[in-house]
Design a protein around this ligand. Structure first.
Ligand code: HEM
Ligand code: HEM
Length: 199
């Protein structure tokens, strides 16, 4: 490994790393789950009670997928709030000094954009289910935060989808950057999140 042993770099604390990897794992599950369940509920060819062809299948599986998506989405929101509180009170380890300042600046921008999106997308999702009154989660009725309004529900679901696509864009830049640091630049940035004994 071509890492320079001459420079020391503190890693993120186990709490920060634990929250990072839980959030990353849940986001990796949540995105395909969201796209598949929306396809299943709105587009997939199905039949109604009279046997006529309709768009969208609303069976026990679709229901379970929607409930799971809401639970996972709210869990992501909770973990991101905890992570942000921890980050704002405890800070982050100093940046790798070998990385040019412009690159460090871009990486900070991407991190904060991800934090903002990981708060905004689940909040917007909740607002949308509140407008649509789709508040059931495994038989439990979540509290409404707005009056019912089908048109607004549709519009806010569009924002939810756009936000989710932006998460994919920023997370892809973020993961490409991790690959660049680890395998091309061969610095110690990735070790901050995955300590050396594991990599
Ligand atoms: C970071 C968290 C979240 C991510 C990344 C995410 C992602 C997605 C994605 C990719 C879709 C499919 C978009 C489409 O094809 O129309 C979707 C749909 C949906 N999301 Fe989320 N979501 C999150 C949180 C939430 C939360 C917290 C709720 C509600 C409590 C929620 C409720 C919904 C619903 C009901 C749909 C289906 C919309 C439809 O049927 O048209 N999501 N989400
Ligand atoms: C294979 C997947 C991933 C890898 C290898 C990875 C790696 C890293 C590394 C090395 C850092 C520290 C960077 C530095 O200190 O300059 C970091 C920070 C961060 N990552 Fe990831 N990450 C991954 C997935 C994700 C995902 C899916 C998200 C969210 C959607 C995410 C959000 C963040 C955020 C917000 C930070 C900033 C932490 C802070 O300083 O507060 N990561 N990640």
């Amino acid at each position: 490994m071509a890492q320079d042993p001459k420079y020391d770099l503190p890693t993120y604390t186990p709490v920060a790393r634990g929250l990072h990897w839980w959030i990353a794992l849940l986001v990796f599950i949540q995105l395909p789950l969201g796209f598949y369940m929306a396809y299943r509920g709105n587009e997939m060819p199905g039949v109604n009670e009279k046997g006529e062809p309709v768009k969208g299948v609303w069976d026990a599986l679709t229901d379970t997928l929607y409930s799971s998506h809401k639970v996972i989405g709210l869990t992501i929101l909770l973990f991101v709030i905890l992570r942000l509180l921890y980050r704002l009170t405890r800070g982050a380890p100093r940046s790798d000094p070998t990385v040019p300042p412009a690159l460090t600046g871009i990486s900070h921008f991407v991190h904060w954009a991800l934090y903002a999106l990981l708060i905004a997308v689940p909040v917007i999702g909740y607002k949308a289910i509140s407008y649509g009154n789709y508040l059931d989660v495994f038989g439990v009725h979540l509290p409404a935060i707005s009056e019912k309004n089908e048109n607004l529900a549709k519009e806010v679901f569009e924002w939810h989808e756009t936000g989710a696509i932006l998460i994919i864009v920023f997370a892809s830049i973020h993961i490409a950057a991790a690959v660049y640091h680890r395998f091309i630049r061969r610095d110690r940035v990735v070790e901050r999140m995955i300590p050396k004994r594991v990599v």
